[in-house]
Structure formats: C-alpha cells, structure tokens
Design a protein around this ligand. Sequence first.
Ligand code: PAF
Length: 286
Amino acid sequence: MEIIKTVREMQEISIEQKQKGKNIGFVPTMGYLHEGHLSLIRKAKEMSDIVITSIYVNPTQFAPNEDFSRYPRDFERDKELAEKAGSDFIFYPSDNEMYPNGFDTMVLVDTVTKKFEGEKRPTHFNGVATVVTKLFNAVMPNIAFFGQKDYQQTLVIKKLVEDLLFPISIYIVPTLRQSDGLAMSSRNVYLSTYERTRADIIYRTLITAKEAILKGEKRRKIINAIMLNSLRSEPLVKIDYASAADANDLSEPEEFNSGQLVVLLIAVYIGKTRLIDNMLVTIPQF
Ligand code: PAF
C-alpha cells in the first residue's frame, strides 16, 4: 500500500489506473479507523479494482467550539488497518495541501443542510461539501463509499454529486454497531466507562420508535414524543434533537403515508460527548 501526500501525485496515479482500465473505489475518512470504516473499505474492495482511502481531519467542518484539536488521530494504526482491509493507497494530505494560503472558495448545498445537524452545526456541511469536492477532484474515483451513520451527510453528498455533475456513483454502507447497539464512531473513545454503559439508550430509543411505527403509528409528533420520552429516561442524556423525517428530503409532514421511507434521527450528548445515530423504517401498508 502506498501513502500519497500531494494532490498532484494522487491525480497522476488515478489517471494512470483509469488508463489501465481500472475502476477506482474511494473511502473518505477522518482517520482513527474503526470496524465501520473497515466495512466501507471492504465493500469498496468488493466493488472496485483499486481502493483509495483518504485520511484527513478537515478543519472547515468543525466550528471553533468543537473538537477539532482533540479529534483522535493515530496514523500508524490507521495505515495497518486500512491495508489489512484491502486499501491500495492512502491519500494523506496536509492542511497546506488542502487549504493553501489564499484558499477562498466554499461549496454550499442549500436546502438539505438547513435542519437537524445543519441547524445545530451551521457551518458543518459547508466544510463537508467543500472538502468532499476537493477530495473527489484529487482522487477522481468511479464510486465513493459513505456510512449510513452520518445520514444527513449522505443526502448532502448525493445532492452535491447530482448538482455539480460529478461522474461518481455514491454507495451507502449500513451502520456497524457494537453488541449493545451503539453505532461505531471515532468519538466513542471520548465516553467514560460509565457513560459507555449508558450509551445504548440511543439504539434502544430508535428500536422503540421503529416498533411503534411497525405497529401502525404514522403521526410524526407522536413518533418524536416516543423518542424524546425514551431518551429522557436516561439522566446522562442531553437531547439535541430526536425527529422522524422523510428519508429522501427530510421533510416533516404531520402524518407519514403508507409505504413512505422514514428516517429516525437522533443527536444527543452523553456527558460531554455528542453522538448521532439514525434508523430507516418503511411505514407499513395497513
Ligand atoms: O464522514 C466523515 O468522516 C467526514 O465528514 C468526511 C466525509 C471524510 C469529510 O471530511
């Protein structure tokens, strides 16, 4: 596996691989890889000839009060894990390579970034859309893999690709979970041992709401109330949001229709650690 640090070299390699007829799969990450990332790399290996993983903690998607400086980093460990999972290259640019002096352009995806994560973290998706655009231009993949755990991010990326005409397919990989249901996330390392034992409330809440829907509940406010009540049963939890929305455009009707695909979205603090999760449910036909 090769480590590539400059955009120019990354582009040259991708052009060369494409000239050889190879199909490039791309897994963008911020490093500190866990099983969730590795499942993306394995899926990329299965679906493409060459796998490129990027490791870059993108400063523009963190607000000044967020955890950019303490975001966990361990490049040596990431290198080994990525190689074992099947990555052929790691793109590992510096801040200067991604945002050189004079950098002055941001990418804004408008409507789908207004609610939920976008409301709580107003500059976050501009940073994501900008860095993903740059990573796509550096790596030039045929197909890019993203985790369902960042559900709203997957909608933002799909819109970005459609609107800016990137010739790239987007493949969403289901969330990997610990045995108690906690979604894998690099931020789980922030949890204390006690907080970790309580964090399963997020998954349990999603399951409770899903069961209510499958028994016939279609009223959005009632579904939201079921999630809020469940989360409030755990004193360590501070709720950012817990909402049901249309899975395609995040619209919030009074009542969902039979057959409609709904996403249950949760963002909470467990102690000082902010965690997000989601679950897809189809409203039953009865
Ligand atoms: O999902 C992430 O890890 C990041 O938001 C991404 C897509 C790598 C952009 O920095």
